[in-house]
Write a new protein. Sequence first.
Length: 404
Amino acid sequence: MRFSPLVERIGGEGAEAWAIHGAASAAKARGEDVVMLSIGDPDFSTPEMITQVAKSSLDAGDTHYSDIVGRLPLREAIAAQHRRVNGQAVGPDNVIVMAGAQNALFSTSLCLTGPGDEVIVLEPVYVTYEATIRASGATLVTVSQPESNGFRPDIAAIEAAVTERTRAIYITNPNNPTGVMMTRTELEGIADIARRHDLWVVADEVYSTLTFEGQHVGMAALPGMAERTVTISSLSKSHAMTGWRVGWVIAPEPLIQHLARLALCMLYGLPGFIQAAAATALRDGAQEVERMRAIYLHRRDLLYRELDGLPGLRMIKPEAGMFLFVDIRETGLSSTEFAWDLYRDQGVAVLDATAFGKTADGFLRVSYTVSEEELMEGCRRIRSYLAGLANRRGVSAVSGSKNS
């Protein structure tokens, strides 16, 4: 049987990134003792005030077709949050509701690019970007943001990657997996390139409300960028609503209209009871977002403190988000070898960062979306693994826990 060329375009290394997480999830389902530090799925339950609205809407019979672009109260709530967080003056006509940020990224790619176009992405790059962009027929052009520069944007390298075929620049700010948050100066450098070369900028800002140091700056709020910026976000991380699949695109109205036509034949709108709950989350959930942000900050500092100084490891402290980026090159193992060996030896699942691009070779992404107890157990097992690794190589092992 023959398939469309699309099936080749949506494959690649990024699609294989979750193999270790899949193996660990299956083992945990079988009752095995596994510590899951491999995925960014918050361990918090969705706040009760949000779930209660969904239940009430269901009880009231809100189970019929809903507005394709999203109900007006939800789009108004999204626009209001965007104005607060991003600083860009937008209204509900600049908003379309999608089935999560991933659906928003995929739909945006189909509406902005096509065969023959090039899209610049900054590496390390989130694993699904490759297939998301290639699905449109466009070519991915990766620009390394090297570890030697703290994984920060290299404006000169981005400029050098622009050709007459370049159509867009994709950024993730704050970044996943590194946790780097771009400065205004860095964003202005990218904005200058986009304006001079007449490019779109697609800004994935899913972690914009989960920042620890500094102030988030929105690309679309910079001078001359509102008409050429697509901002994508969701409730998945900020409100512990990954399974609800609520995301959105904020963009100039002509693009919203194109996205609406695509949604008509692909999505046909989110369920009404989910939209009602999402509107409540945005209007009344600020206190819950701050509570979770404070917990993530505490976990970040705990994880960093527990792993800092262990032989062979070097941490990149995240400025935002829910992941610690760990350099394991001094161990002499590749990140693939380390991740699988750690899992088989200690039952700890972390993500091999090679899926984020060549720039991330030799790094792991470690999630702190688990309880403090599980996080401490994961750290204990990582210390034990490193001690065993050192013993196998005939060198001095790690001395005990810092908290012993």
